[in-house]
Design a protein around this ligand. Sequence first.
Ligand code: NAD
Length: 283
Amino acid sequence: MDEFKDKVAIVTGGASGIGRELCRQLGGHGAVVVVADINRQGSEETASSITGSGGRARAALLDVTDAGEVLKLIRDTAGEYGRLDYMFNNAGIAVGGDARDMDWDLWRRVLDINLMGVIHGSRAAYSVMVEQGFGHIVNTASGAGLFPIANSTPYVTTKHGVVGLSRSLRAEGADLGVKVSVVCPAMVDTPIFEDATYPNLDREKFLANIPRFLLNDVKDAVKAILRGVSRNQGIIIDSRYGRFMWWTYRYLPALTRLGNRFAARDTRKRFRHNREDNGQQAE
Ligand code: NAD
């Protein structure tokens, strides 16, 4: 991983989870890391943990939904260090539940952070990188960007968008010196599940039902991600489980359909109850 030494990287969502670990491992490999997040305290803690162990990092307050802020951070960073080697567009939030319970505010919030946030970072970094003739954009999507997942429709929509954006930009940037990868983790042990919005769901029950044995350790996930980045893989999947899920969707789609039917069982139950209630009212 010597290729990260002395390189300049911006990581959005660097205050927590995958982003925080990306910052720490990049810092450990000798990169200069800009830890960008809407959570000021969290990003300062990440940056201090890197500088405290001899690395180079600084925190930057950033809301990825603000295109102007994102552009400014990218231009300022490239100006200050004379280059921008890596742009990790990683910030994101999760939502889960019946599509009927996702109101417009929630749809817009998820689209703004997970999709527009990545577009803002990709667009601004791409221009800077094309101009300098090198650079690598690494966008965090999800397994949810590669196959359908019931009861997570807005999240899945944004992640499919991030995969499409990244794969297209990769094709476009290849001859201009700009690499683009998309990261599609399956399930990683981070605070994202606790912090997610679950409209009309029993939150505790939902969290208790997460199959914890499928959660990849965040350190292992990030090691796999950085290995994929160093090999310039187009699609980076962090775990065997993630690769299995993607393989299943492509070659045994009936299994994915079965899994989704299982995931949507409460939604079907609610649909049947509503119909029965309506039937009783009509009688
Ligand atoms: P996390 O909740 O631990 O970290 C997300 C970070 O994004 C937080 O620090 C948060 O403050 C930041 N953030 C949220 N809104 C922001 C905004 N408007 N501007 C700037 N920063 C903002 O979650 P995580 O699990 O580390 O997720 C990181 C990425 O990985 C997300 O894009 C997520 O969708 C994706 N992902 C996670 C998993 C998983 O199982 N954990 C699986 C697949 C994909």
